[in-house]
Every structure is written in structure tokens, then in C-alpha cells.
Design a protein around this ligand. Sequence first.
Ligand code: FE2
Length: 497
Amino acid sequence: MTAVDDTRLETTDAPTMHGALANLDEEHSYWLDEVQGEVPVDLEGTFIRNGPGRQRIGDTPYGHWFDGCGMLSVFSIADGTVHFKNRYVRTPKYLKETATQQIQYRGFGTQVPGGLRKNIGRMPGNPANTNSVYHGGRLLALYEGGRPYEIHPGSLGTIGEYTYDGELKKSNVFSAHGHFHGPTGHWVNFGTGSMGFGRKGPKLCFNIFRIDTAGKMIAKGQLPVDYFPFAHDFALSAKYAIFFVNSINMGPVGKVMLGAASISDGVHFDDSLPMQIAIVDLDTMQEVRRIETAPGAIVHFGNAFEEGDEIVVDAMHSDQFDANEALSDIFNATALKGGEWRRYRINVATGALGYEVMTQTNSEFPTFNQRKACERNELTFSAASVENGHDSFFNGFQRITRNGDVQLHTLDPGFYGSEPLFAPSKHSAEDDDGYILEVVYDGFAHRSSLVIFRASDISEPIASLPLRHHLPHQFHGFWHDEVLLDVAKAGSPGLGT
Ligand SMILES: [Fe+2]
């Protein structure tokens, strides 16, 4: 896709994705005035990405990709123009580590330097680095190991930890993968927690939260689980929340609590644990069916919807968790393949379960037109790792139709993308009436671009807008149909801290 001088490829090995792991410590705000192609005028709104903006404090790298401080990158798009602004979430972790230039908080895979004494009994910090959502009039930065942070949407200033009027208790965590409930406009999320103590210790559960369009938390539920699973995402249909309780066990937490090990040290795929599929009725918030199947793990889900007694669920399935080794040694990681794209059919009435494999190219980060959330959609996109002689993650993305037609876009060697986010065009009615927004890192120039494709055909981009700098690889993006940033004041420090 992006123009690369062929002679450079003949004489030079293409760069890996590691260049984009460099810190972006600076905060910017400017119009993207370099445009190759044309930004469509029926694309209007806010494209927000969240991810760790830095992987090092001073010369010290964090111990895991998940532990860098969250940085929001906001592309405001209107009238064929694009404005860019990035701003770190001012968590206590960000503020203290910035001031001291030292690691001050434990993380998923990071220990505070200084041994046991520095880690004993200390909970991991909240980097607010995984995803974002704008719902009920509030912009939140999300991280599954803590509560969300509220961000001023006009300035990206950090307002503070957000609790939904005290409904999220200090002990609650709130996943980075809530889902829109299409029929009502509600937002449903979950977090791992406990529902009291039993003879064996805490009785673990998933806390489930339902939030109405005004942003009020109107219902809660609890789903018991037998062990402490790595629980990152779930699927949502019109009637049900569907949890795949996977075979990735967080392991005994004793050593973690004592400070002798990080969470990542203990997390492992346990092939003696069957994967359980638990279905929760959204009206009653009660479990209505649980099905056991072969050991497995699903990190990310696409859409889900009902057809008669069946729920159809798109899911990225793995039978191992080798990815954690790459994530905890990110500066040396060479590949992250993603999962096998499965389309499950779950019969709620009988418990029958089946699936088909949708593509031979493994992938992650499925996205689709959110206007089709919880109903039958015809089109889903995902990030892919493609063998192109310079294998690394993620260097392609794919488009898959409901009937299984696959279109794969491979980036040139030395270019790396991530989650291909779907943005509907104004007045969009059909699944493919919109655009794919992909942030692409150019390893040759050490610079990133916003690249826009038509969702109906991803063979070539229709616009590419280089930033003035690189953008560290992010995790997840979010699209909202209005421009939220106060672009006229976007250069000012803004509200919040
Ligand atoms: Fe995720």
C-alpha cells in the first residue's frame, strides 16, 4: 500500500515493529496538513485510541507491554480535515513516575526495583491504558485492573477516577471491553471480583454492570467462577451477555500479594481446565446456561446476535497463551499471531455448541459497524499478522463477510498497523457504509500515519495523513459520531489536571 522505494528493500532489511515502542513523551495538538488522497466529507466524528505512550521510565523498561502509562490519541475529523491531539491520562502512576523518572508502581508484569521490600503487599498501579469509551455524556479511559478515569472530552484533561455515583466500589475493577447494547443504547461491562468468602477463601465472580443512555448504572449481576481466569472481554447479544470463562489461570495470588512475583509470572494456560461458556440474561442479570467445552482461551470478541434459540458469536480462539511471553519481553518479541477466528453457534435451549473457522489467517481485534451491535451484521474486520518476509505483528488486516468471503490487506514490509477500527459514514445504513481507520507505523521513517480505507473495499487506501512523529502501538480505538474535542482550544492546557 504505502509507497516504499523498492531499491531500499533490496539493499536494506525492513525495520521491525520495535521502533514504535519508543516513548512519545511529548504531547501534541495540530492539524494534519499533509494529506495523500482525500479525506471523505461523509466521515465526521472522533477517533480515539488508547495505549501505552511510553515503555520506559528513564532508562528502565517496564516488565510488560500492558504496564506503560495510558495515552489518548484523538483524531477529530470533519469537512475533510483532521486534527490530532495526544494527552496522557494523569493517573497517580503517571504523575509520580513522570516526576521521579523511576518506576514507582507494580504492574501486570512489572515489579518496583528494590526487591521484596518494595513490592510486598502493594497492589499494581492503574495505567488507564487499554481502551476508551464515550457513553452517557462521559469520556472514560479504561483498564481492566482498576476503575475508569474520566477525561474531559473537550480538552483531554483528566478529571479523575470515575465511580458511577459510587456504584463502582474501591474493590471493583471495570474491564476495558464494555459493549454497546444496540437495542437500547445501554452499555454493559464487567470486572473480576468476589462475592463473599467461603471455606476456601474468596468466592470469585464476574461482576456485571449495565449503564443506561444517561450514564446511570441501573443494574448489577454476579456470575460465579471456580478459579481466577484471565478475563478480558465478553460478547453481547440483544438478550444475553456471553462469557467464555477461559483456561488461562491467573495462578495462585499468594506470591503476588507477598510481592515475590508479578501477576504475569503466574498467569498460565492450564489444559486441564475446560473452557466454560456462561450465558447471562440481561433482563434478570441471572445465569441461564453454562456449557463446558475443550480447554481454550478467547481474548477478544466480535459481534453476537440471536437466531431463534441460537446465539451466534464471533471470537478469536487460542489453545495456548504464548502471547504473554512476547508481551512481557516486548522489545525482543518477533511475532504475535492472534487467534483462530471462530464463529460459534450456541443453543441456549439445548446447550448444543458448534463453530466454524472463518479464515486461515490468524487475527485479533475484531471490529464492525457499531450500528449493527447485537443484531445480524454482514461484515467484520480484524488485525492480522502476515508472512511477508519481515514477520512481526500486526502487518495486515482482513475483512470477512457473513458468508465467509475474506479480503486480506497486507502492509508493505517495515509498516505495522493495529486494530482496524470501523467508522460509519454519516447516515450509514448498511454494514459496509463507512471507513476503516488504521494507524500505520512506518519503520523506515519512524513516523506514523492515519490511513483511511473504504470499508467496502480495503485493497487500497483512499487517504493517508502522516503525523509529525511516531505513535507508539496502541491497544484499542473507539469511534464517536461527533467531534468531541474543542478544536479551537485544543492547543491550550484545558480543564482537569
Ligand atoms: Fe483488548
